[in-house]
Design a protein around this ligand. Sequence first.
Ligand SMILES: Cc1ncc(COP(=O)(O)O)c(C=O)c1O
Length: 362
Amino acid sequence: MSSPLSSASPGGRPPYRPATVAVTSGRPPHVPDNPLNAPLTMASTYVAGGDVEYGRYGNPTWSALEGGRCLAFATGLAAVATILDLVGNGATVVAPRHAYNGTVMQMADLEARGRLTAVLVDVTDTDAVVKACEDAALVWLESPTNPALEVADIATIASAAHDAGAYVVVDNTFATPLLQQPLSSGADLVLHSATKFIAGHSDVLLGAVVAGDDELYDVLKKRRDMLGAVPGTFESWLALRGLRTLHVRLERAQSNAQELVRRLGEHPAVAEVRYPGFGAVISVVMAQGALAADLLTHKTTLWVHATSLGGVESTFERRRRWRSEPATIPDGLVRLSVGIEDVDDLWSDLAAALDDVTGEPA
Ligand SMILES: Cc1ncc(COP(=O)(O)O)c(C=O)c1O
């Protein structure tokens, strides 16, 4: 797996497949009386004279989670900020106009302070993105985008960006390392809000970045440690525990999502269903706009009205309830994060709320 979280390969044998990597990575060696799981090492400092010395530079629990060229961060946004901090003063950053609003807000803030120029693009218009790459130092992609669920042609854009001498970052939060491996399409850095599917239980904030080469890894680690954007130890331990079941959670959530996409498309309250064909996030545009969307999110008993995504439980929200959400996102768009419950229970709850909103039985 091009995992943000390790890629185990047993001595002398072919590398493990993704599900096995998820279950085995970061475990202590099979030695009598060793624990099966990596211990939680709570340490702000270490006995002097070794490689780590201080708690901001390393921790055995982080190492168990990270593996390979992966670095964990305090949050996904701390990872975004650390990467953007590497961009030179006055440089141009190309980014999706519908990227996660926290990422877009960070770029707007840096632009307002004269640190960089942000050029926002429609990532589905590959020709326009390729053209925009000409002046860029960094090309930021998010695919699928949050919450528009647009998909970028990562390989074509990465190749154009490299021709222009730019670095390429892909926020892979929605796809996870199981459904998309941007490093093999030419990305230099792959970012995850591990808060979402990787940790998977709505109880942790965490970020992760995988670097394509050792040099970038070293630069990023130095900057993370310098900024203090490091992960919490307990959060890392919980994320490692969540990672063990990523493949089964995602398989179930994705198959629930695919069934719900089919059923939602037949409901008269729904004007448009957006789904990239994979993953467990769906966006629907309500036929009767924002009011109907707000009503819907208050009428269910199983679906939870909450922001965030990627947990075992199904959640949803109208995205434009956030003032920071771009105005080009439809007012009546509801983003659904599909969990691993029984799909018929999910549908009866949602269908009853949809019927209630429109006054029409499905
Ligand atoms: C695509 C994407 N990237 C980054 C982030 C930020 O991650 P975090 O909430 O862990 O800071 C989010 C959060 O929703 C997200 O959806």
